[in-house]
Design a protein around this ligand. Structure first.
Ligand code: NAD
Length: 261
């Protein structure tokens, strides 16, 4: 129980990687603020189950993080309701796939707002209290697409590269304040976000989703395995541990060799 007495906010934690990270941090004793969209009853069961399984306090806030005011309010509510904010995990993200000439303007704006600007707004509000306390961990869930590009993902690739840049700036600014800032850059993780892409590929190719899963992996990853949300969660726990005290400004790949090529 390395994180007892710590409070963590994990954005976009009603499913996928965010939920995996929230579970891993709760497993180490951290109190958790969940955030994201989803059916109200299902989210409430999730909140209660997490609190019961790990004997930690768990709160939920459905802030829409494409709205800067709601990002600020989420951080402030976490500090108020859970008594502080020690670990900020900026995870919420969306994707849209189209060539640049067909990429809808509103999708560009939405992806930049959520995948990039929300990271800035959350760090901005969270940092002063972390500095005052002399301890903080900021973990930004970027992507292999924070380090290399793919076709048809202009907004996502631009946002994730910028998240890696913002991570480095924050790490430098906080280097001697007891606050570390790192980015995790996963390859393919089988979550609802990727499931959607697999289903549209299967629809377009008239093949099944299993076939498309293997194709998707083969196109990018030497290792033909999906990373799991649990593995990303375990890496987040490590980044919060004393062993990672001097790790800051890193973009850590967990991608089956994707960016090693
Ligand atoms: P997901 O779709 O399973 O989960 C996204 C979460 O964000 C959900 O909880 C959703 O409710 C929430 N969300 C969506 N819009 C929101 C909004 N406007 N405000 C607040 N919350 C919102 O996705 P995932 O695959 O778990 O992705 C999580 C993060 O990991 C994203 O930043 C994504 O870019 C990144 N990532 C995913 C993969 C992958 O292969 N799945 C790989 C690399 C990076």
């Amino acid at each position: 129980m390395t994180l007892r007495e710590r409070v963590a906010l994990v954005t976009g934690s009603t499913s996928g990687i965010g939920l995996g990270v929230a579970r891993a941090l709760a497993g180490e004793g951290a109190d958790i603020m969940l955030n994201g969209f989803g059916d109200a009853e299902a989210v409430e069961s999730l909140r209660l189950a997490l609190a019961q399984e790990f004997s930690v306090r768990v709160e939920f806030d459905d802030a829409d993080l494409t709205k800067p005011q709601q990002v600020r309010a989420l951080v402030e509510r976490t500090q108020k309701v859970l008594g502080g904010l020690d670990i900020l995990v900026n995870n919420a993200g969306i994707q849209f796939v189209a060539p640049i000439e067909d990429f809808p303007d509103d999708k560009w704006d939405e992806i930049i707002a959520l995948d990039l600007s929300a990271v800035f707004h959350a760090m901005k509000v969270a940092i002063p209290a972390m500095k005052a306390k002399g301890w903080g961990r900021i973990i930004n869930i970027a992507s292999a697409h924070g380090l290399v590009a793919s076709i048809n993902k202009v907004a996502y690739v631009a946002a994730k590269h910028a998240v890696v840049g913002a991570t480095k700036v924050a790490a430098l600014e906080l280097a001697n304040d007891g606050v570390t800032v790192n980015a995790i850059c996963p390859g393919w993780v089988l979550t609802p976000l990727v499931q959607q892409q697999l289903e549209s590929r299967a629809h377009a190719s008239s093949r099944d989703v299993r076939h498309e899963s293997q194709e998707l992996l083969r196109e990018k990853q030497p290792m033909l395995e999906f990373t799991t949300p649990e593995s990303v969660g375990a890496l987040a726990v490590f980044l919060c541990s004393p062993a990672a005290e001097t790790m800051t400004g890193s973009a850590i790949s967990m991608d089956g060799g994707w960016v090693a090529q």
